[in-house]
Write a protein that binds this ligand. Structure first.
Ligand SMILES: Cc1cc2nc3c(=O)[nH]c(=O)nc-3n(C[C@H](O)[C@H](O)[C@H](O)COP(=O)(O)O)c2cc1C
Length: 190
């Protein structure tokens, strides 16, 4: 796959074939892509938690807030939930702030997931204290992002923005539509 195809296919997927499990080594290889990515002042303050067992996945799931724009959807049902998670933490003993690093690391991981035939969704709306307690995450780590991963079950299509509305939607066939602004709108000429 060319890079544009990988980027285009790297959509936010929120429904998965839950029975298709991850090898731990697959998730570890994705974290290695984050390891090789850029970091402000090269401080590399991010740390990662990897989970692939059904038991661990069911401990993480309740801490996720899914798809705020889909008002009548409470998140994936059993059988369609993520089968792996990578949680990105910021190590406060290395740096007080984490700047752009989590986003860069997350995108490297998501691109790698696409290349490997998987997909997922970055999650920043996290019930952080519930998650911290459940996984016993020490206070020295800030919980930055959850990457929920699996074999995507849903189709996601990119749409042109209409009337400036950025809200994604799902149609009667459960196809997920994501509006993107045009290149002409993004590149400004002063
Ligand atoms: C930093 C970040 C945080 C996000 N947090 C959530 C979240 O908490 N819950 C969720 O369902 N989606 C979350 N998303 C997914 C966005 O809703 C998604 O990227 C957006 O709708 C565009 O869709 P696309 O990723 O397919 O381009 C997040 C995305 C990013 C980049």
């Amino acid at each position: 796959m060319r890079l544009k195809e990988i980027v285009s296919r790297t959509r936010s997927y929120r429904r998965f074939e839950e029975a298709q499990r991850f090898e731990y080594s697959t998730l570890e290889a994705l974290v290695d892509l984050a390891r090789l990515s850029a970091s402000g002042a090269n401080r590399q303050p991010l740390k990662y938690l990897i989970y692939n067992s059904p038991e661990d996945c069911s401990r993480i799931f309740p801490s996720i807030v899914w798809a705020a724009y889909l008002k009548d959807w409470d998140g994936p049902v059993q059988g369609e939930r993520p089968s792996g998670y990578i949680i990105i933490l910021g190590d406060k003993t290395i740096s007080e702030g984490f700047g752009f690093d989590p986003g860069i690391a997350a995108q490297s991981i998501m691109l790698g997931a696409t290349e490997a035939g998987y997909g997922g969704c970055m999650i920043a709306s996290i019930r952080r204290e519930i998650l911290r307690e459940e996984l016993r995450i020490p206070e020295r780590f800030e919980i930055l992002l959850i990457l929920s991963l699996g074999k995507p079950l849903e189709k996601v299509v990119i749409e042109e923005i209409r009337n400036g509305d950025v809200k994604y939607w799902r149609d009667a066939e459960a196809i997920h539509h994501v509006p993107k602004r045009s290149l002409e709108e993004l590149i400004i000429k002063l």
